[in-house]
Write a protein that binds this ligand. Structure first.
Ligand code: ADP
Length: 159
C-alpha cells in the first residue's frame, strides 16, 4: 500500500524552509500532497492559484509530490487523498504550542491520521513567509531564502 502524506499550509509564498521539509517528507513517504489551505480569514499576498503555481514550479524536481488546494478541514482532505499522515514543520519552541493543539485536535477528529513533525536544517529555523513578505516590500534581497520563481513574483508584486 502506498504511504501518502499531506503537507498543508498557507505557503504565502513558499520558502526554502518549506522545500527543506518537503525534501525530508519525500524520503519517508511514497507520495506527498503539498496542499494550499484556503482560509477566508487570512488576507494573503498571493492568490491561491499563484501560490499553487509557485509551489509547482519550486517542487517540479520531485517526482512523488503533488500540489493542490483545499478549504475546510485538513483531516477531510487527508482522507480524500488517502493520506495517513499530516506533515508539519517545527522550527522552534514558539511553533510548538499551536502545532501541539492542532495535532491533538486533528487526532480527535481522525484517529487514523497521525501528525508528523519534521525539523528543517537549522539555517531555516528563523525563516517564515511573513518575514519574507515584509522584507520584500522594503526591497531587501531575499534570494537566499526563496526559489528564483518566488523572487520574481515578489518583485512583480511589490513594484
Ligand atoms: P501555516 O499558516 O499553516 O502555518 P505556513 O505556510 O506558514 O502555513 O507553514 C506551513 C507549515 O510549514 C507549518 O507547519 C510551518 O511550521 C512550516 N514551516 C514554515 N516555514 C518553515 C521553515 N522555515 N522551516 C520549517 N518549517 C516551516
Amino acid at each position: 500500500m502506498k504511504r501518502i502524506a499531506i503537507y498543508p499550509g498557507t505557503f504565502d509564498p513558499v520558502t526554502n524552509g518549506h522545500i527543506d521539509i518537503v525534501q525530508r517528507a519525500v524520503e519517508l513517504f511514497d507520495e506527498v500532497w503539498v496542499t494550499v489551505a484556503i482560509n477566508p480569514s487570512k488576507d494573503p499576498m498571493f492568490t491561491s492559484d499563484q501560490r499553487i503555481r509557485l509551489l509547482e514550479e519550486s517542487l517540479k524536481h520531485f517526482s512523488n509530490v503533488k500540489v493542490d488546494k483545499f478549504s475546510g478541514l485538513v483531516v477531510d482532505h487527508a482522507r480524500e487523498v488517502g493520506a495517513k499522515a499530516i506533515i508539519r514543520g517545527l522550527r522552534a519552541v514558539s511553533d510548538f504550542e499551536y502545532e501541539f493543539q492542532m495535532a491533538l485536535m486533528n487526532r480527535k477528529l481522525a484517529d487514523e491520521i497521525t501528525t508528523v513533525f519534521l525539523m528543517p536544517n537549522e539555517k531555516y529555523t528563523y525563516l517564515n513567509s511573513s518575514l519574507i513578505r515584509g522584507l520584500a516590500r522594503f526591497g531587501a534581497d531575499v534570494s537566499e531564502f526563496v526559489p528564483a520563481c518566488v523572487m520574481d513574483a515578489l518583485k512583480r508584486s511589490v513594484n
